[in-house]
Structure formats: C-alpha cells, structure tokens
Design a protein around this ligand. Structure first.
Ligand SMILES: O=C(O)CCC(=O)C(=O)O
Ligand SMILES: [Fe+2]
Length: 208
C-alpha cells in the first residue's frame, strides 16, 4: 500500500517530528552534489573504527567538529558551511514552529551502501554537551529508521520509513532517545537524483 496514501507529518514521540518530503528535488540534488564535493578531500568518507575494534558499515565524514568515538575532537574534516547551519535552523523551525537560536556547529554525513548491507545499530547521540535538537536529512535510498526510548536499546520503538527529502528532528524529551537504521532498501532512490545508496546528514550543537 506504500505510495497509495500521502505520507503525513508525524510526531513520533514527544519532541521527535518527521516531516516527509521537506526537501524539494532540486535541493536534494544540490545536497548530494555537496556531499560528493566534501568527500573529494582532503579527508575521504571512511568506516569509523570503534574503540572495541568494531568497524562501522556506514562511511562517514565530519563537518565542523570531527567525532572520534566517543567524543568530538579538535580536527575538522570539512568546515560546516553557513548555508547548512541556516538550513538546520529552518528545519528546527519547521518541526517546532521556532528555531530558538539553533546554532549547530557539527554535522555527520553518513553514506549507506545499501548493496553492501550498511546499517546503523541502536545508539544515543550523547556526546554533545547541549540538549539542542538533532536535525536529520535523508537523501537517496529509503531506509527504516528505528526511533526508540531514552531508557533501553529495545522496545518500545517506532519504525519510520525515511525517504529521500525527508526531515526528522529529535529534541526535547526525545533528544537522548535510542535510534538506529536497521535496513536500507537498495535501489529505491529517486531516479533523477543520481545517487546509489543513502546519504544522511545530521546536524548537532556540540556545546564545545
Ligand atoms: O542515518 C540516519 O538516519 C541516522 C544517523 C545517526 O543516527 C547518527 O549519525 O548518529
Ligand atoms: Fe544518531
């Protein structure tokens, strides 16, 4: 039945807002072009190695501050552009009706190679020293985004389909909720986007 009914804006949990189709197609193409440009160097997208030795299946790049699991370091892969800060502010205003001076200083760009089965386990974004919201933008392949609770990695959670162009903001009572991406549906990116796989940009205020 997917596609028969329009996807509606939804408050998935208090402070967690899903806005389907927020980015117009032309904006999505611009963002994909920017993600490609950022990856040209000097620092490429890479699989982050976790302190326990695990290797993330997602390939990531840091804008603004670089995340060195599990903290933000001083190194910068790519500067965080002002236009992306402005987009983040518009996103928070879209979700909550006001942006309250949202001032992100870091972003992760995550690339999911759907053909290779890339996914992201349940985790909290808790290395920031503020409780300002996280803004998430999705491009390319559709994924299952699992949005849970602040107590455990497990149930209760809600599975949300994030499609290219969707906005998801989590703040307030949901800021430290566990979330993850158990599945990316290969080959579901909009044909005109020119992207194989999924890109996700998450903006944060590190408070540092
Ligand atoms: O890819 C996503 O939608 C989520 C990414 C995420 O949770 C993160 O980068 O911390
Ligand atoms: Fe996260």
């Amino acid at each position: 039945m997917d596609g028969l009914f329009p996807r509606e804006r939804a408050v998935v949990a208090p402070g967690a807002v899903h806005v389907p189709g927020w980015l117009p197609a032309a904006r999505q193409r611009e963002l994909v072009a920017a993600c490609r440009e950022w990856g040209r160097g000097p620092v490429p997208y890479r699989h982050i190695v976790l302190p326990g030795g695990g290797v993330m299946s997602v390939q990531s790049l840091g804008l603004g501050r670089r995340w060195e699991p599990y903290r933000y370091g001083r190194d910068v892969d790519v500067e965080l552009p002002d236009w992306l800060v402005a987009l983040g502010r518009r996103a928070v205003a879209e979700a909550y009706g006001e942006h309250s001076g949202y001032a992100p200083d870091a972003a992760f760009v995550n690339y999911y190679d759907a053909g290779a089965g890339a996914s992201m386990g349940m985790h909290q974004d808790k290395d920031e020293r503020t409780d300002a919201p996280v803004v998430s933008l999705s491009l390319g392949d559709t994924c299952v985004f699992r949005f849970g609770n602040t107590e455990t990695r497990g149930k209760p959670y809600t599975d949300v389909e994030l499609v290219s162009g969707d906005l998801f903001v989590f703040g307030g009572a949901s800021r430290f909720a566990y979330h993850g991406v158990p599945k990316v549906h290969a080959g579901t990116a909009p044909p005109g986007l020119g992207l194989r796989g999924r890109l996700n940009i998450t903006l944060r205020e590190t408070g540092m």
